[in-house]
Design a protein. Structure first.
Length: 95
């Protein structure tokens, strides 16, 4: 980044980020529009707000917060490529 200071997230943006990351690691998946609605955005504009919140060029502060939450989750839960591949192999063996 070129020294620009990121904006402070609104409560809606924070909630969207939290739900987005929860959804990413959940067995039950929602669309980004559904996530925006669950976060509190109006149904009429939820699709647009979800697009904006997940597009770096439009809302870099939201995008970066999502990336940080994902990284925090991976560190906290010790998610690595190796562990992921081992789990997929384990599931394959059970099938």
């Amino acid at each position: 980044m070129t020294g620009k200071k990121l904006k402070v997230l609104t409560e809606l943006e924070k909630r969207f980020c939290e739900l987005y990351v929860e959804n990413m690691f959940s067995n039950e998946t929602m669309t980004n529009k559904d996530i925006a609605i669950a976060a509190g955005y109006a149904k009429d504009s939820a699709h647009q707000r979800a697009y904006e919140n997940t597009t770096y060029k439009l809302k870099p502060h939201v995008y970066m917060h999502i990336e940080q939450l994902i990284e925090d989750f991976r560190i906290r839960n010790e998610v690595t490529k190796e562990k992921h591949m081992a789990r997929l192999n384990e599931i394959h063996q059970m099938a």
